[in-house]
Ligand binder design. Structure first.
Ligand SMILES: NC(=O)c1ccc[n+]([C@@H]2O[C@H](COP(=O)([O-])OP(=O)(O)OC[C@H]3O[C@@H](n4cnc5c(N)ncnc54)[C@H](O)[C@@H]3O)[C@@H](O)[C@H]2O)c1
Length: 462
């Protein structure tokens, strides 16, 4: 440990971050900014070239929605502390720590897809004796038992080295939130569980030094990976609860947003809001890591299964709300112009992975609606098979119904609210995040929130 401490303190420790995407790039930037020689390793050559150039045109996606990333990238490239590369073998073999930030998705059959990470582990194993005295750190999301039951045996088999004698592993799962990753990396405590106490002490000391955050040490990698999954699945279950109960409240002609405000006055109530469903790389997939491992020990986590199904069905509830609005204004869905605002899976990020807008757009298309789509992060781009509008002015062109799918700041702005008042043909607003208070809605509009009774806004003197 003493040698490692010196390496860390003198900034002589060398780090490889494998996978410099949404999570890996900010991680590599922050480590290099702290003075550590850092290699960002990725199979995507164009990304590697852009990173080494300190940016590029079009910009790296994450730079658009992650404040501070661009200036940090420029700084570490000028200081020559970060080098991006596609050469895995050469640079990992020079490093003390190999941090894995590579994709671990879910297959169509809803089981974890470890194919990419397993291939990377084989490459790590092929370092053979060059792997000696290194620590492999898992930041990628994996099932609780993946590291101990699959990863370690795989590396040992290929390398013919022994865990805790020749090399070590640790889990330090990523807990940052897209849109705020730098801020989160600087503030959210890290969970560290390792193959033994020796590795845990080193990894904890490194993260504490590199990110200046508190460390919460746990007994082993499986506990660390469980922490990561549990905190996201807790949200999945609570959002499912909000989605389901809000639908019921609406049937009773009760405003769920008002109910929530009342419930929040009790000390142990935790508010979660209903919406169009959950999206992104984490929430829709995280329950399946536990469900999959549960099945393997003859345990069915029913609550997780049902919660996930409730969230998956929520976009179809949004479609029902759209039909309600159309019925009110006596319009068929076919050939009616419908404006969709926001396609990202969540506010203020450029990311449509598993976005709830995907099934919504598909249903509307199947029903021959004429779609106009705008998202400030995808202006004039072709995405999901649609050309995105340059701005929201198109709504003035006889769009009688708008769906606010993503609650980007732009749609909460006073400018946008003023603009809606100028849209003389607008008759229905479907607000998937209850972004508006009733008072803010223009006159003569049917306003439909999620979990809120439909309200016809008709103020005198407006
Ligand atoms: N995005 C999030 O919000 C978030 C949050 C917490 C945890 N995670 C987890 O972090 C991990 C990374 O997610 P991400 O969002 O950064 O993914 P991403 O797709 O943005 O980035 C992954 C990067 O890995 C690269 N890559 C793929 N195969 C590779 C290989 N064999 N060798 C080297 N590089 C390779 C890709 O080119 C890409 O640049 C996943 O396990 C994810 O579940 C993501």
């Amino acid at each position: 440990m003493e040698d490692w401490e010196k390496l860390i303190e003198k900034r002589d420790l060398i780090v490889s971050v494998v996978g410099i995407g949404r999570i890996g790039l900010p991680t590599a930037l922050m480590i290099s900014n702290e003075g550590f020689k850092t290699y960002g390793i990725d199979t995507d050559l164009s990304l590697v070239e852009k990173v080494n150039a300190g940016g590029g045109d079009p910009p790296i996606t994450y730079i658009i929605d992650e404040p501070e990333l661009e200036s940090l990238l420029k700084k570490v490239i000028i200081n020559r502390k970060l080098k991006a590369t596609t050469n895995f073998r050469n640079y990992t073999s020079q490093s003390n720590l190999i941090i894995l930030c590579i994709p671990t998705a879910i297959t169509e059959q809803k089981v974890p897809d470890y194919s990419v990470i397993n291939e990377v582990l084989k490459e790590i194993g092929q370092l053979k004796e060059k792997l000696a005295k290194k620590i492999v750190i898992f930041e990628s999301t994996v099932g609780p038992n993946y590291v101990e039951k699959i990863a370690i045996p795989l590396i040992e088999k290929v390398s013919e080295l022994k865990i805790n004698k020749d090399f070590w592993v640790a889990s330090c799962p990523e807990r940052a939130n897209p849109g705020n990753i730098i801020k989160n990396l600087n503030s959210i405590p890290r969970i560290v569980g390792a193959s033994n106490n020796y590795a845990r002490n080193i990894v904890s000391y490194f993260y504490k030094t590199a990110f200046k955050v508190n460390i919460f040490e746990v007994s082993n990698p499986r506990t660390a990976n469980s922490v990561k999954l549990i905190e996201n699945i807790f949200r999945v279950v609570n959002i499912a609860f909000a989605n389901e109960i809000s639908q019921l409240m609406r049937k009773f002609d009760i405003d769920y947003m008002e109910v929530l405000k009342g419930a929040a006055t009790k000390y142990n109530f935790l508010t979660h809001y209903p919406g169009p469903g959950v999206g992104g790389p984490c929430l829709p997939s995280n329950p399946y890591y536990l469900i999959d491992e549960g099945y393997k020990v003859s345990f069915t986590p029913n609550l997780l299964r049902v919660a996930t199904e409730v969230n998956q069905s929520q976009p179809f509830h949004i479609i029902e709300l759209i039909f309600e609005g159309l019925n009110k204004i006596n319009k068929p869905i076919a050939n009616t112009k419908i404006a969709i605002l926001g396609i990202s899976y969540k506010a203020n990020v450029k990311d449509v992975q598993i976005s709830s807008v995907i099934p919504i757009l598909s249903e509307l298309q199947k029903n021959n609606a004429i779609l106009g789509i705008y998202d400030p992060y995808y202006k004039e781009e072709e995405i999901l098979g649609f050309k995105i509008e340059k701005n929201y002015e198109f709504i003035k062109r006889v769009y009688s119904i708008i769906i606010i799918h993503t609650d980007h700041n732009e749609f909460k702005s006073q400018n946008f609210k003023d603009f809606l008042r100028e849209c003389k043909d607008l008759k229905v607003i479907v607000d998937c995040h209850n972004t508006y208070e009733y008072e803010e809605i223009p006159n003569n509009i049917y306003y439909i929130g999620v979990g809120r009774p439909m309200k016809y806004i008709n103020r005198k003197n407006n």
